[in-house]
Each structure stands twice: as C-alpha cells, then as structure tokens.
Design a protein around this ligand. Structure first.
Ligand code: PLP
Length: 384
C-alpha cells in the first residue's frame, strides 16, 4: 500500500530535531524557520515537554471523555493565566479545522442562524464548515458548497457594514484570522476588528477569532487579536498549542451556555494532549517566549526591510511575511538546498513566510539573514 499523495514533498527525511534545528538521516542539519508550519512553538524536543509526555504515558495515556480528568481543568486554568481570558471556558479537540468547525457550530446553535461572514484570503481548515469559510474553491468539494458563507475583503469596513444591512438578521458568525497566514501574513487592522466586534454585538452574531496559526505567543502576545482592544465570543487555537502533539481548543465566552449533545469528541483533551499542552504553556512562561518572539521578530523584520528585492515585510512577533519583487519558490528551494534553511510559502506566490520556533535566537536569525541576502543578490539579475 502507498501513502495517499496529498502534498508535493521536499526530498528530505528528518529523523531528529532539537530547538530550532532538524537533522536528516544523512546527519545534515537544517535551520527551521518554518516551524513545521507554525506548529513548533517552544522548540523541537524540548526536554521538559519530552519528560512531561513520557511521564504521563507511564501513568495513563487514554481514557474516554466519560470520566473525570482534572488535567483538563488544570490546562484551562493555565491557559486562562497566560491568555487573560479568565471567565471563558475551554473545549478541547484535535486540530485547527476541528476547532473552527466546532466554533462555527456553536455560533449556529447559539444564534439559531446559519449565515457566516468570512474574508478574502482566509484559510480555516479542510472540514465541511471550515473549508466553506476558506477562500479557496480548489479545496472545496461539491459536498462542501453552500451559500451560507459570504466573503468580504479584509479591512473593508464599508463592505462589512453593507453586508450587515443585507444579512444581519440571518448572521450566526463572523470568522477572521488573528493574522491571515496562508493568505500571506495579512494583518487585520485594529479599527477593522473593532468594527467586526461592534457589528456582531449589534446583530447578535458571534465573533470567532481563528488563532490557530497566530496564537500561542507567535505574535508576541498570547493571541494576535490582543494587539487590539477586543474580546471575541469564540477563539480557536491549535498549531503551537501542542508543539507537534495534535491538540486544539475553543475558548468560549460565558454568555454561550453549554448543553449536552452540542459538542463532543473521542480523542480531544486526552491525558497526553493535556500533558503536551501544559508543558508548552509552562515552557512559554518559564522561558519568556512571548517576549522573545516580540524582540527577535522586531529585529528580524527591521533587517529584512533592508534586503534587495524585498518590497514589504508584514507581521507581528515571529509570524512574518516577506513580500519579494518576484516569486519566492526558487529562493526557498535555494535556501533549503544550498543553505539548509526551511522557510514557508503562502497563497501569494511572491510572499515567503517565516514561522520559526519562538525560542529562536539572534545567532540563528543572523545565519538566515546572511544566507537570504546571498540568495537574493544571486537571483536579483534574473528578476529584471
Ligand atoms: C488559520 C488557520 N486555521 C485553521 C487551520 C487548519 O488547521 P489544521 O490543519 O490543524 O486542521 C490552519 C492550518 O494551516 C490555519 O492556518
């Protein structure tokens, strides 16, 4: 049997990883400025994380969600301590798409409505409602097509207000990424997010902040939307939450009442997932990784703006989009093959995405900048 072919693959076989580095089976070392797609938050194979999960596995790895699991409460409390969302509750699941699927479903249950506003360039996952909220028809199968989802341009308050006039009374939710990732690191403006919150309050719709990629300290704050004064009704999180262990969650505003049967999961919030998620938060706190993401991100973005062929640098903390004056595919390939550096792409072919582990230091950043500059100088003549 073969593995179903879902992605184009690099010809690299990682077998070991530590901090911001990955080694392949030949012993070659790679600098990871991609973080396995924004997943590696505290660094690969962090000793505290490894110990906490391993210790848990010796005690108990799994039982169903039909019994008491105090670790889930411990995780909820730790999340509330780091994020500041004290009165919210936590629903645990396994992936980003699932978190968004559950958030959209909760909004629909709560409002009794079915229309959703999403934004151009959005990516919310590949399950049914999540993919319907994603602005990419190529990944929507006929079964996912629905006219319940309305796509508006990001940061266009007038378009949002017009849509509210037309659909306000049918609206269950507005879903927006804290920072658009797949869309090429596009930042929602603070005034725009606040207009969304006001519009939701006015119509009774729920505001869902998708922090799957931009959450867990990546932006330098716990959630990217916390750069703005705003409290969404639902916040979804995944990637950095488990540093590679599949765990995701939805933070739920207290005005949304839980009823048995609304949501459920077999694997969500299992002992190992809780151990991984707790270890991530403990390391984030102990090693001040949010501050590191902010400081290193500022310096990296500043340096990037001076490189040849760089048109724009967008981002917050360690979620950075570098828009070049040419497609970035060849540059990423060269960085990987000649300099052993992983970087990310986006749906905008000129935008290179940097999503390093939050523990990265200036030594790694300088090594990347030297390599990137060399590659950009080399490729510049062909761009003209
Ligand atoms: C903002 C955002 N939401 C949702 C998802 C889906 O997450 P998952 O692949 O864990 O289902 C992603 C994945 O890239 C994402 O970037």
């Amino acid at each position: 049997m073969n593995v179903f072919d879902v992605y184009p693959l690099f010809d690299i076989t990682p077998v070991r990883a530590q901090g911001a580095y990955v080694w392949d089976e030949k012993g070659d070392r790679y600098l990871d400025l991609y973080g396995g797609h924004a997943v590696i938050s505290i660094g690969h194979s962090h000793p505290h994380y490894v110990k906490r999960i391993a210790r848990q596995l010796y005690d108990i790895g799994f039982y169903s969600n039909s019994v008491q699991m105090p670790m889930q409460q411990e995780l909820a409390e730790k999340l509330c301590e780091l994020s500041g969302y004290h009165d919210y509750s936590l629903f645990l699941c396994n992936s980003g798409a699932e978190a968004n699927e559950n958030a959209l479903k909760l909004a629909s249950f709560h409002t009794g409505r079915s229309k959703v506003i999403a934004f151009k360039g959005a990516f919310h996952g590949r399950t049914s409602a999540a993919v319907a909220a994603t602005d990419d028809e190529k990944i929507q199968a006929p079964i996912n097509k629905t006219d319940n989802f309305i796509f508006l341009p990001l940061n266009d308050i007038a378009a949002f207000e017009n849509a509210l006039q037309e659909h306000g009374s049918e609206l269950a939710a507005v879903i927006v990424e804290g920072i658009q990732g797949v869309g090429g690191v596009q930042l929602p403006e603070p005034g725009f997010l606040q207009a969304l919150a006001r519009g939701c309050d006015k119509t009774g719709a729920l505001l869902i902040l998708d922090e799957v990629q931009s959450g867990h300290g990546r932006s330098g704050k716990f959630f990217a939307h916390q750069h703005t004064d705003l409290k969404p009704h639902l916040i979804t999180m995944a990637k950095g939450m488990g540093n590679g262990f599949p765990v995701a969650g939805v933070l739920i505003n207290p005005q949304i009442e839980a009823k048995h049967g609304m949501l459920g999961t077999t694997f969500g919030g299992n002992y190992l997932a809780c151990a991984a998620a707790l270890a991530v938060l403990e390391v984030m706190q102990e090693e001040k990784l949010m501050e590191n993401a902010h400081n290193i991100g500022q310096r990296l973005m500043h340096e990037l703006r001076h490189l040849p062929g760089v048109k724009e640098v967008r981002g917050e903390g360690l979620m950075i989009g570098v828009e070049l004056d040419k497609p970035c595919a060849a540059i990423r390939k060269q960085l990987l093959e000649e300099h052993q550096i992983f970087t990310g792409s986006s749906s905008n072919k000129n935008t290179l995405r940097l999503l390093p582990p939050l523990c990265i230091g200036m030594r790694e950043v300088d090594a990347f900048l030297t390599a990137f500059e060399a590659v950009l100088y080399q490729t510049e003549p062909q761009a003209i």
